[in-house]
Design a protein around this ligand. Structure first.
Ligand code: C2E
Ligand code: MG
Ligand code: MG
Ligand code: MG
Length: 288
């Protein structure tokens, strides 16, 4: 009978499933606990103007130090948060915290810096994002123009109407939208035209082999030119080498981020770095 079959099936898979299922469940509980007890942290990576070398923005990136397992990558816990619905409370915390930390940076003498916040595409399917955004902006008295939300290009694949409606409402508030990891998803050009986005972040995988890989040179320069024609700002992710910076400058991409300038840092360290370098990431002679 079915009961018997079920039991046999279960025991057949048992040893491996037990371990994986237990880890999955305990990670979910631990993540819930971490969110509720504010045990997550944000680090911030500078976004650099490749013409002037000045810091223009920071990207907020979430960190989780698990009490037993140690640091768990957002590549692991963000999808988990999406699957379990924890993403709403996680990103509510991220948005509030990122806005509050930006005020600290402003007060430290860098009042024009913008903050970029990663948002799950799931969060664009309802109204929760707008409520969170409104409360964070009013609580921190932050100018909405200084906030950008990053979404990956796959976000239009499901519930495109609901997602577009949320995007429009985000834009009405003066908050900007950036497409993250551009070039790695399915959507590309036709979607870009439909979406009310302002910034195109070119994925690190295209930047990393510049300027030796001709294919990635062609892709990168084409995306930059296309962004320019559509009136969008291109921004290169994952710049690690001066040659990559030069290639981007030569191809009219004037915003970038990467280890060449700084790793993502906790706010106190970022403030110290900016006070040391005066908010300048490219030496004047090199910037020309
Ligand atoms: P992302 O938004 O594309 O962020 C850029 C990732 O590249 C970050 O990894 C950053 O540390 C890393 N990176 C920056 N510069 C360089 C470089 O020069 N070389 C290399 N190799 N890597 C560089 P991280 O912090 O591990 O985050 C991974 C992803 O997790 C993010 O990719 C983002 O998709 C997601 N994520 C992080 N925080 C959040 C969050 O609060 N909400 C959501 N929805 N997603 C988040
Ligand atoms: Mg991002
Ligand atoms: Mg990215
Ligand atoms: Mg990414």
């Amino acid at each position: 009978d079915a009961k018997h079959l079920g039991r046999n099936t279960y025991s057949f898979f048992r040893p491996q499933m037990d371990i994986e299922a237990k880890r999955a469940i305990s990670l979910e509980l631990d993540l819930r606990h971490a969110i509720d007890h504010q045990e997550l942290e944000l680090v911030f990576q500078p976004l650099v103007d490749l013409k002037s070398g000045e810091i223009k923005g920071i990207e907020a990136l979430c960190r989780w130090e698990h009490p037993i397992e140690g640091a768990i990558s957002p590549e692991e816990f963000i999808p988990k948060a999406e699957d379990t619905g924890l993403i709403y409370s996680l990103e509510r915390w991220v948005i509030h915290e990122a806005c509050a930390q930006l005020r600290i940076l402003h007060a430290a003498g860098f009042p024009n810096v913008q903050v970029f916040i990663n948002i799950s595409k799931r969060h664009f399917e309802g109204d929760a994002l707008l409520e969170t955004l409104d409360s964070a902006l009013s609580e921190t008295q932050l100018n909405a123009q200084l906030v950008s939300l990053e979404v990956t290009e796959g976000l239009m694949l499901r519930n495109a109407d609901a997602v577009l409606a949320t995007m429009q409402k985000v834009k009405q508030r003066g908050v900007r939208l950036a497409i993250d990891d551009f070039g790695t998803g399915f959507s590309s050009l036709s979607y870009l035209r439909q979406m009310p986005v302002d910034i195109v972040k070119i994925d690190r995988s295209f930047i990393q082999d510049l300027p030796s890989d001709t294919e990635n040179m062609v892709i990168t320069s084409t995306v930059i030119a296309m962004a320019e024609k559509l009136g969008l700002m291109p921004l290169a992710e994952g710049i690690e080498l001066p040659e990559q910076q030069s290639f981007l400058q030569d191809n009219r991409c004037y915003m970038g981020q990467g280890y060449l300038y700084s790793h993502p840092l906790p706010m106190p360290e970022l403030v110290r770095l900016l006070c040391r370098n005066n908010g300048q990431f490219i030496s004047q002679t090199a910037a020309g």
